[in-house]
Design a binder for this molecule. Sequence first.
Ligand SMILES: *[C@@H]1O[C@H](CO)[C@@H](O)[C@H](O)[C@H]1NC(C)=O
Ligand SMILES: *[C@@H]1O[C@H](CO)[C@@H](O)[C@H](O)[C@H]1NC(C)=O
Ligand SMILES: *[C@@H]1O[C@H](CO)[C@@H](O)[C@H](O)[C@H]1NC(C)=O
Ligand SMILES: *[C@@H]1O[C@H](CO)[C@@H](O)[C@H](O)[C@H]1NC(C)=O
Ligand SMILES: *[C@@H]1O[C@H](CO)[C@@H](O)[C@H](O)[C@H]1NC(C)=O
Ligand SMILES: *[C@@H]1O[C@H](CO)[C@@H](O)[C@H](O)[C@H]1NC(C)=O
Ligand SMILES: *[C@@H]1O[C@H](CO)[C@@H](O)[C@H](O)[C@H]1NC(C)=O
Length: 270
Amino acid sequence: MGNTFLNLSLLIIFHFYMPTFSMKLTTILTDQSALLALKDHVIHDPKNVLTTNWSASAPVCNWFGVSCGSKHRKVTALNLTGLGLVGTLPPHIGNLSFLSFLRIRSNSFRGKLPVQLSNLHRLKILNFGNLSKLEILSLFETRISGSIPSSIFNISSLQNIYLNNNMLSGFIPSVPRDLLLLEGIDFNFNNLSGHIPEDMFDHLPNLKELTLSVNLLSGRIPASLFKCKELQKLSLSYNQMEGSLPIEIGNLSMLQHIYIGQNHFEGNIC
Ligand SMILES: *[C@@H]1O[C@H](CO)[C@@H](O)[C@H](O)[C@H]1NC(C)=O
Ligand SMILES: *[C@@H]1O[C@H](CO)[C@@H](O)[C@H](O)[C@H]1NC(C)=O
Ligand SMILES: *[C@@H]1O[C@H](CO)[C@@H](O)[C@H](O)[C@H]1NC(C)=O
Ligand SMILES: *[C@@H]1O[C@H](CO)[C@@H](O)[C@H](O)[C@H]1NC(C)=O
Ligand SMILES: *[C@@H]1O[C@H](CO)[C@@H](O)[C@H](O)[C@H]1NC(C)=O
Ligand SMILES: *[C@@H]1O[C@H](CO)[C@@H](O)[C@H](O)[C@H]1NC(C)=O
Ligand SMILES: *[C@@H]1O[C@H](CO)[C@@H](O)[C@H](O)[C@H]1NC(C)=O
C-alpha cells in the first residue's frame, strides 16, 4: 500500500509538470490505481506474475495480461486466466472505464462480485467461470459467492456472461433493458434459487446459449423464452423446475441442444 501511494505521488508530480498530457495521465492513472488495488487484494500469486510484473515503474499497458486501446491508451482488456490467483475482487475494477474484456477464470477469487462491475459500460465479455476441477476440490471455500448484482444485466455492451462454477446464490436478476448483443449466459454450477424471472427473455433477442444447469432453480420455463428466436442451446438440467415443456419450443428453429433432465418436468415433449 505504501508503495502504491509513493508511485501515485510521483505520477501526480509528473502530471503537474506535463499539463499537455494531463487528461491522458489522469485516466491511465485511474486504471493503474484500479489494477494496483486488484494486486493488493491478491493474497496468493503462485506464479509470481503480478508480484514481479505489475510494477508501477513500468507502463500499465505493458503489464502482463493487460491490453490497451491503440489511440486512447486506456485499459481495454484484462486476461488473468489460469494464474491461480487467490484473493478478492476490489470495487476499483469498476473504474476501468474502457474495459471490454474481463477474463479471470481459473483463479480463486472469494467473496462477492463487486456491484461496481456494472459501471463498465463497454464490457463485452465477463468471464469469471470455469474454475478448474483442482481449484474446486482444493480451494473450495475461496470462490466467489453472494448474489449476482441486480445491475449486471444493465450493461448494454455485454456479449457473454460466464459466472459458471462458482458459489453464487440468490435469484437470477431480471433484465431491465434490451441487451441486443448478449449471446451467451452461463450460470452453470452455482446455488441460484427461485424462479427464472418471467420477463427475463423479453430483452434478449439474440441469445444463443442459455446454461443454468446444476442450480436450485424452481418454477416453470418462462414463456418469454420463446422470443429468443436465435437460441441454439438450452441447458436447465439438475434443477427443481416443474411444469410441462411448452409446445412453442418447436418454434425455436435454431435450437440444437436441449438439456432438461433431472428436474420435475412432466408431460410429453412435442
Ligand atoms: C511483463 O509481462 C509482459 C508480458 O508478458 C512483458 O512484455 C514485460 O516485459 C514484463 N515486464 C516486466 C517488468 O517483467
Ligand atoms: C488469456 O490468457 C491465457 C493464458 O495466458 C491464454 O491462453 C489465452 O489465449 C488468453 N486469451 C485471450 C483472449 O487473450
Ligand atoms: C475508484 O473506485 C474506488 C472504489 O469503487 C473509489 O474509492 C475511488 O475513488 C475510485 N476512483 C479513482 C480515481 O481511483
Ligand atoms: C469450461 O471448461 C470445459 C472443460 O472443462 C470446456 O469444455 C468449456 O468450453 C469451458 N467453457 C468456457 C466458457 O471456457
Ligand atoms: C441502469 O443504468 C441506468 C443508466 O444507464 C441507470 O439510470 C439505472 O439506475 C440502472 N439500473 C440498475 C438496475 O442498475
Ligand atoms: C450450495 O449450498 C449448499 C448448502 O449451503 C452447499 O453445501 C454447497 O456446497 C453449495 N454448492 C455450491 C456449488 O456452491
Ligand atoms: C409458433 O409457430 C406456429 C406456426 O408454426 C405459429 O402459429 C405460432 O403463432 C408460433 N408461436 C409463437 C409463440 O411464436
